[in-house]
Ligand binder design. Structure first.
Ligand SMILES: C[S@@+](CC[C@H](N)C(=O)[O-])C[C@H]1O[C@@H](n2cnc3c(N)ncnc32)[C@H](O)[C@@H]1O
Length: 255
């Protein structure tokens, strides 16, 4: 991908999710006014807050639930423990950061990283409304995580890595910030190995979380090359022909 294409795609992603944050802040349901963000609205509930349990939704401010644009529930798979440090890549309106902060308790910390100012502002408001104080929202890109090496116990992410223009850099950064033995619990859109990049692009847009998806084999190989063991990618629900919401798990190899 040329530098111009990379810059243009990232700006399209940022603009789309800034619109989404403004729509939620204005009290509008759904994403980006009348258009969708991640996914095809006709396939709902493949995306968004219906993927959370009723108990989790009830414990969240309305705006946090409304702002949910993910394709799974990574907090349900990450097995978070009291006192741990959790990092959410592409934290959006903050739903998974808030749920994680409660799971790790006051002795733990939940970081949310996002590049979109409007999303960061929405997430801050949602965390205040949810009365969680062990959260920190960071501005930055997931390809260059603004945290030190070996500082995180668990990395979660919900429907964001498919939006990255440099997936190898993201996986390398995951390995850098995680402590040895640290865990990855990610929800993402993943394609079946049979689909070429062109076929993935025929099934949905890049900003809609479809065209940029890795295949299952690419995800597994990428994580293993970056320094992870026990890698698994499990399809949970179809979001387009041959494309699935998936749970991605891995353990940071001991150095
Ligand atoms: C589909 S939304 C998901 C938000 C949230 N994880 C959720 O489940 O509701 C994607 C989010 O990732 C952010 N994002 C996309 N690409 C990014 C990148 N390269 N670096 C940092 N944030 C990014 C967007 O600003 C947006 O808030």
């Amino acid at each position: 991908m040329s530098t111009e294409t990379t810059v243009a795609l990232r700006e399209q992603v940022r603009a789309r999710y800034a619109e989404a944050a403004k729509a939620v802040s204005a009290g509008k349901g759904g994403c980006c006014g009348d258009s969708s963000c991640c996914g095809d609205p006709s396939r709902e509930p493949a995306f968004g807050e219906p993927l959370y349990s009723a108990a989790e939704r009830e414990a969240l401010p309305d705006a946090a639930a409304l702002a949910s644009l993910g394709c799974g529930n990574p907090t349900a798979v990450a097995d978070l423990r009291e006192g741990e440090v959790v990092l959410d890549l592409g934290s959006g309106g903050g739903i998974d950061v808030i749920l994680s902060a409660r799971r790790v308790g006051p002795s733990g910390v939940a970081y949310g990283l996002d590049m979109t100012d409007e999303m960061l502002a929405l997430a801050q408001r949602n965390a205040l409304d949810a009365r969680v104080s062990n959260v920190h929202f960071l501005k930055g890109v997931i390809e260059e995580i603004p945290l030190p090496a070996n500082s995180v116990d668990v990395v979660i992410s919900n429907c964001v890595i498919n939006l990255s223009t440099d997936k190898a850099a993201v996986l390398t950064e995951l390995a850098r910030v995680l402590k040895p033995g640290g865990r990855v619990g990610i929800s993402d859109v993943v394609s079946e190995d049979r689909l070429s990049s062109e076929e993935r692009a025929e099934r949905g847009s890049y900003v809609g979380c479809v065209a940029g998806a890795l295949s299952k084999g690419e995800y597994i190989a990428g994580l293993e090359a970056a320094g992870f063991d026990d890698v698994s990618v499990e399809f949970t629900h179809e979001v387009a022909d041959g494309m699935h919401g998936a749970i991605v798990k891995a353990i940071r190899r001991q150095r």
